[in-house]
Design a protein. Structure first.
Length: 79
């Protein structure tokens, strides 16, 4: 995942649009119903920075937010 790809993302994009930009190498981290809304969270691992990953939150198939998470240091050292 590159910064150029990340810069193409906009809130409100469909899941299909996001995966066309970032690719299909993701994990479904969470999927649930909340007040009749489908919430799905996709996790993309940053292969350039092994200690971080990005979570993309979709509400009814539309990108609502995304953020970066860092893996705990002990998990990185035990690789």
């Amino acid at each position: 995942m590159t910064s150029a790809e990340m810069n193409k993302l906009e809130l409100g994009m469909s899941k299909e649009q996001v995966t066309q930009i970032l690719g299909t190498d993701y994990t479904i981290a969470e999927k649930r119903l909340e007040d009749d809304n489908e919430i799905e969270v996709l996790s993309y691992r940053d292969h350039f920075e092994n200690d971080e990953f990005y979570l993309f939150v979709f509400k009814n198939q539309k990108l609502e937010k995304w953020y970066r998470e860092l893996l705990p240091k002990e998990r990185i050292e035990n690789k």
